[in-house]
Each structure stands twice: as structure tokens, then as C-alpha cells.
Design a protein around this ligand. Structure first.
Ligand SMILES: NC(=O)c1ccc[n+]([C@@H]2O[C@H](COP(=O)([O-])OP(=O)(O)OC[C@H]3O[C@@H](n4cnc5c(N)ncnc54)[C@H](OP(=O)(O)O)[C@@H]3O)[C@@H](O)[C@H]2O)c1
Length: 291
């Protein structure tokens, strides 16, 4: 059972799990957004995965669930966006005796700092843990794919802009690696218990390091410019985020600047293969050239 099959991570999870030949059910608000050659090979339940009747139908008989919260920008509270959104699913897990859940979450557990979307993701994890299901929280640093939001700045001004200091090294992960970790856990039946698994990419990089790599990969100068928290918040407010959801994005960056994302030591299990250079060459450059 796969939620958010049109999301950046979810569509890659679906493609990978399809190769296994397992029966797959997905929840999609608009099934037409799933490519036809895939849509015809899965059972589609049309609706939102925040809807009680939808998750109850979708989880019936499911061995494993992939859970991804879309973080609704219209929410009045970040806890509404993650925790309230997930309560029908938690009930449906209990009612339908789902065996295993793999959820997308964030790094930051144990830091004792309020961190906006991160705190709400951790609360969502705890909700699922409370159901007694076998559970893996995939705890993420920031996605390499977020850089796609900066394509126009890169193209028009030769800039990437973030609030985090340019010399602070952090892990960063490609969504293809997150999807690989999630689909492996969905297909394996041997694991049990409730644990977090970080997917940290192969190296820590600062935004200045990334600007150097982008300059080389794109063949055009790209430099880092630090933006203020207020300008950052205005970008979200300008695209229709509520005050609470825009502030939540800012709150994540405040703790990010204090190193909340690089508190975990990388191990072979948490090191995923795709480097920022590889990601930039295979995903970002084609999009940059097409702009
Ligand atoms: N970006 C990061 O750096 C980062 C870091 C750590 C964790 N995360 C977590 O990663 C998750 C986001 O993953 P992603 O980037 O793969 O997602 P995404 O690409 O933003 O996609 C979210 C999907 O959810 C669907 N959706 C939107 N609103 C919905 C609603 N109200 N009800 C049901 N479905 C809805 C949309 O599909 P349709 O429009 O087709 O319905 C969309 O494809 C979040 O939980 C975030 O907290 C992100």
C-alpha cells in the first residue's frame, strides 16, 4: 500500500516496488497524475490519505504501508499538517492489523529543540509507534532535490540562496536513495520492532561546496548567497503558505544553522550512494538546460 504515489519520493517507490510483482494498492487524489503504464498495473483508491474512509479501504488486507505526509501549506498549525493528518491512518493501521509501516520523517530526534516541520514529523512517528505496528521511520536530512527550486536563480543570477551559513557542512540525500531504502523495507518481511533509519547520502557538504560543484557540472558560475530568515519566510507567504506553515519552515532553518542535521555519525547502513555531483549531473543539469 503506497501513499502519495505522485510525490518526488512516492513515484520512485512505486516504480521500484512494481518490479517485484507484488500486488500494489495506491491512494491518489487524481489518478490521472499516475502515468498510464503504471496506473493500469496497480489498484487505485481515489481520494486523500487524510480521509478516514479512504485509508480504511486502502489498508484492508495490506501487509505493508508506505506513509508520506505532504505538509499542507494551508494548515493552521504544523501539527495539524503532520499529526492530525495522520490520525485516520493510525486508526486504520490498528483496525486493519497492518503488519509493517515505513514512513518518511526527519533527522532531529533527541535534540530537545523545537524545529517546525521536524518536530511535527517526530510527533507523527510517535503516533505510528503507539499503534504497536512494526515501524521504520526514514529520517532525512534536506533533499538534494530541493535545489531544483533554485533553478531560476541559478540560470538568471548565477546564485543559490539559503539561510543556513554557507560554510556549514551538512548531509544531503537524493530522493532516489530514499525511495531505494523505502522500497527495500516494504518488500523485506524479515524486520520487526520500531526503529529510525537515517539516509544520509555519501558526504557532508556546505552550500559553498555545492556552489563549486554546480559551477563545474553546469559549466556556468554559481555562487552561494546567504538570505535572511525574513526574506525566506516572505517567499513562502508569497506562494500561499499560512503564517504558521511559513514560520515552521523558518523554525527548521533556525535549528539547522545550529547543526541539528549533522548530529548523527554516518555508518555504512546510513550512507546512501548518490553524490551531489552525480545528482546534479543526472537530475539538475537536464532541468537547467531545458529552462
Ligand atoms: N524536502 C526536504 O528536504 C525534506 C527533508 C526531510 C523530510 N521531508 C519530508 O518529505 C515529505 C515530502 O516528500 P516529497 O518531497 O516526496 O513530497 P512532494 O513531492 O512534495 O509530494 C507530496 C504529494 O502529496 C500529494 N498531496 C498534496 N497535498 C495532499 C493532501 N492534502 N492530501 C493528499 N495528498 C496530497 C501531492 O500529490 P497530488 O497533488 O497528485 O495529490 C504530492 O505529489 C514531507 O513529509 C517532508 O516533511 C522533506
Amino acid at each position: 500500500m503506497i501513499t502519495a504515489p505522485t510525490s518526488k519520493i512516492g513515484h520512485q517507490v512505486l516504480e521500484r516496488v512494481l518490479e517485484s510483482g507484488e500486488d500494489i494498492r495506491v491512494i491518489a487524489r487524481d489518478p490521472q497524475r499516475i502515468p498510464e503504464e503504471i496506473r493500469t498495473r496497480v489498484e487505485v483508491i481515489q481520494g486523500s490519505h487524510a480521509d478516514r474512509s479512504i485509508v480504511n479501504r486502502a489498508f484492508e488486507g495490506a501487509d505493508a504501508v508506505f506513509w508520506l505526509v505532504p505538509a499542507d501549506k494551508n494548515a493552521e498549525s504544523v501539527y495539524d499538517a503532520y499529526l492530525q493528518f495522520s490520525i485516520p491512518a493510525a486508526d486504520a493501521i490498528v483496525r486493519n492489523r497492518v503488519d509493517r509501516v515505513v514512513a518518511i520523517s526527519a533527522l532531529g530526534r533527541g535534540q530537545q529543540r523545537y524545529a517546525g516541520n521536524i518536530s511535527a514529523s517526530l510527533a507523527m512517528e510517535d503516533l505510528f509507534r503507539s499503534t504497536g505496528v512494526h515501524f521504520r521511520a526514514l529520517t532525512m536530512p534536506s533533499f538534494m532535490d530541493n535545489m531544483l527550486r533554485q533553478l531560476r536563480f541559478m540560470k538568471n543570477e548565477g546564485l543559490i540562496r539559503f539561510t543556513i551559513p554557507g560554510n556549514l557542512k551538512n548531509p544531503t540525500v537524493a530522493t532516489c536513495d530514499i525511495a531505494a531504502a523505502a522500497s527495500r523495507l516494504l518488500l523485506e518481511r524479515e524486520w520487526s520492532g520500531q526503529e529510525s533509519l537515517a539516509v544520509l547520502g555519501p558526504e557532508d557538504l556546505s552550500y559553498q561546496d555545492m556552489a563549486v560543484i554546480l559551477t563545474e557540472v553546469l559549466g556556468t558560475p554559481v555562487r552561494f548567497e546567504q538570505m535572511t530568515l525574513d526574506s525566506y519566510k516572505q517567499i513562502f507567504l508569497g506562494t500561499g503558505y499560512t503564517e504558521a506553515m511559513a514560520q515552521s519552515m523558518v523554525d527548521m532553518d533556525i535549528v539547522g544553522a545550529d547543526g541539528i542535521f549533522n548530529a548523527l555519525r554516518r555508518t555504512p547502513e546510513t550512507t546512501s550512494p548518490t553524490s551531489f555531483r552525480q545528482w546534479a549531473a543526472t537530475v539538475l543539469k537536464p532541468a537547467f538546460d531545458a529552462l
